[in-house]
Design a protein around this ligand. Structure first.
Ligand SMILES: Cc1cc2nc3c(=O)[nH]c(=O)nc-3n(C[C@H](O)[C@H](O)[C@H](O)COP(=O)(O)O)c2cc1C
Length: 386
């Protein structure tokens, strides 16, 4: 059905998938997928911040009946890990997003489909819903300069059965030097098919002495006003993705959004932002439990997932590792990546003595010693700098 090349022996962790994928993906596409913005400081920070955190193990805890289930927007997830929206998945596999959706459905993982998917959102939903799969299927929306087309896109997503809109707000413009140096261009036959038929953006009005950004690229870019417009347009839960500043999180809640995704776009938007895991506790504090907070950026281990949940995330999203799984082993690789991460989370829960997700709080950290289990204030910043 979908091509699933054999997975190289010894591929046991997400890092192994990254190494194996690098050998399979053309260098220019690799620059696009693995790269970040500008000097890639934020890209590196996403991993480095997790590496600094230290956990506190707890022994002999009662783990009978342990599980990782949760409910989000009335939807049930078997475990708190979703596939982040990633554009143009046909770059790494001929069946792209459909093969990815097949893998996600097989393990019951939630999937967020990008506006810039290389296959139709209806076809992807069709695959996600085969096998009787129930896992959440969300649509990531980039608000287009053509608001009429944007509304039509939302209607298509609703009709195809997507259950939430993830509106990405952190990258109206970006600076990708790694990609530029590698000369990355979308190969023939790979395009954002869901945007077909949209009127081209207005021609760049910037004269030679004017700003290419302000008079050009930002023409038609969304603002807070569009979030209110969008909120009135759909009954689907609306999440904003790309929130890092607590004041933006507070504004988003005031605008009526249903969820927040703390994200720096995997280090692909504004360089020199801190790691997502560093911003998470501050955003969680500002949101104060009014809507669910999710996060992505640098999640590569089950301990990373546990730490993100401890710092205020209800669930996490994973971007590049799923693409690497797809590149290396097709849907089987995707299944394996998600299984590895889920199993690692369960091991981390067992070794920190947490039988359910609600029991994961700041007392999992080494430096929170003395706080009674479940009793530490959820919003106090941990003493370990994250
Ligand atoms: C190749 C690539 C394409 C991406 N495309 C999108 C996209 O279309 N929309 C979006 O909201 N985020 C996009 N992202 C960002 C991811 O959704 C996510 O925020 C990021 O990959 C998380 O970091 P991680 O890769 O370290 O897990 C993309 C990321 C990558 C690597």
């Amino acid at each position: 059905m979908y091509a699933s090349p054999p997975i190289p022996p010894g591929t046991v962790a997400l890092e192994d998938y990254e190494q194996a994928a690098r050998r399979r993906i053309a260098p220019e596409a690799w620059a696009y997928i693995a790269g970040g913005s500008a000097d890639e400081l934020t890209l590196a920070a996403n991993r480095a911040a997790f590496r600094r955190l230290r956990l506190r193990n707890r022994v002999l805890a009662e783990m009978t009946g342990a599980h990782t289930r949760l409910s989000l927007f009335g939807q049930e997830l078997a475990f708190p890990i979703l596939m982040a929206p990633v554009a143009f998945q046909r770059l790494v596999h001929p069946d792209g997003e459909k093969a990815m959706a097949f893998g996600a459905a097989a393990v019951g993982a939630g999937m967020v489909v990008s506006t810039q998917a290389s296959q139709s959102l209806e076809d992807i939903a069709g695959v996600a819903r085969t096998q009787g799969a129930q896992a959440p299927l969300w649509f990531q929306l980039y608000i287009q300069h053509d608001r009429g087309f944007t509304e039509a896109l939302i209607r298509r997503a609703e009709a195809a059965g997507y259950q939430a809109l993830v509106v990405t707000v952190d990258a109206p413009v970006s600076l990708r030097n790694t990609e530029q140096r590698a000369g990355f261009r979308l190969p023939a036959g790979i395009e954002p098919v869901n945007l077909r038929g949209m009127a081209p953006p207005p021609p760049n009005r910037a004269g030679p002495a004017e700003s290419e950004v302000f008079q050009g690229l930002l023409d038609g870019a969304p603002s807070w006003r569009d979030i209110g417009w969008l909120r009135g347009l759909t009954r689907l839960p609306v999440l904003l993705k790309g929130i890092m500043a607590p004041e933006d999180a507070a504004r988003a809640v005031a605008e009526g959004v249903d969820g927040i995704i703390v994200s720096n776009h995997g280090g692909r938007a504004l360089d020199t932002l801190p790691a997502s895991i560093e911003a998470l506790p501050l955003v969680a504090e500002a949101v104060a439990g009014r809507v669910p907070v999710l996060m992505d950026g640098g999640i590569r281990r089950g301990t990373d997932v546990l730490q993100a949940l401890a710092l205020g995330a209800r669930a996490v999203l994973v971007g590049r590792p799923c693409v690497y799984g797809l590149a290396v082993g097709g849907p089987v690789g995707v299944i394996h990546v998600l299984k590895i991460l889920r199993t690692e989370l369960e091991i981390a829960m067992a070794l920190t003595g947490r039988a359910r997700l609600e029991q994961i709080d700041r007392t999992v950290f080494w430096e929170e010693q003395g706080a009674p289990a479940g009793g530490s204030a959820p919003c106090t910043p941990p003493r370990t700098p994250v």
